[in-house]
Design a binder for this molecule. Structure first.
Ligand code: SF4
Ligand code: SF4
Length: 161
């Protein structure tokens, strides 16, 4: 699916998520599907929760027991392939990487977008973090409807239809 269309199949996506019981706490969802020589996700994690192994071409594996959901790997991944996900009562909280303008602002409503680039709902901007160590990759914390758990991946301004 990824090789043919440029986006993963629903099965590939779900394979990267832990169970809903685990997702009551924030956990990194690492959607790195291809064998590529890359490892900042692993080296940036202060809790050693992401393993690549001796061959740098290996795809990363997350130890959800060790992951605290801190979000450091999210802005450290050059491929923007990582989010942090936390399932609440009727919403899902994501931390996503975002490198476009305009910069989202706390309290705004943006479009929720899926892996095909389609608008699938609304995303409430809870928080935007941009520190010098993030090297211009904003960490945007959003709330989306729970039914979008395996669909949501990024945001788009409602000013650009
Ligand atoms: S979210 Fe934090 S603890 Fe979890 S894998 Fe990423 S860097 Fe490590
Ligand atoms: S840093 Fe990103 S692109 Fe590189 S291996 Fe890790 S998840 Fe994949």
């Amino acid at each position: 699916m990824l090789n043919q269309y440029g986006y993963p199949s629903p099965e590939q996506v779900k394979s990267k998520f832990p169970s809903l019981e685990i997702l009551v706490k924030p956990k990194a969802i690492v959607e790195c599907y291809e064998k590529i020589p890359c490892n900042p996700c692993s080296t940036s994690c202060p809790f050693k929760a992401i393993t690549i192994g001796e061959d740098i071409n290996n795809t990363p594996v997350v130890d959800f027991d060790k992951c605290t959901g801190c979000g450091i790997c999210v802005y450290s991944c050059p491929g923007l392939a990582i989010t942090v996900c936390e399932v609440l009562e009727d919403k899902v909280r994501f931390k996503i990487p975002y490198e476009f303008l305009p910069i989202p602002k706390q309290g705004e409503l943006w479009h929720a977008v899926n892996r095909k680039g389609e608008v699938i709902g609304e995303a409430y901007i809870e928080k935007v973090t941009l520190t010098p160590r993030q090297d211009k990759t904003q960490l945007v914390q959003v709330l989306v409807d729970k039914e979008l758990l395996y669909e949501f991946v990024t945001i788009r301004s409602q000013d650009y239809e």
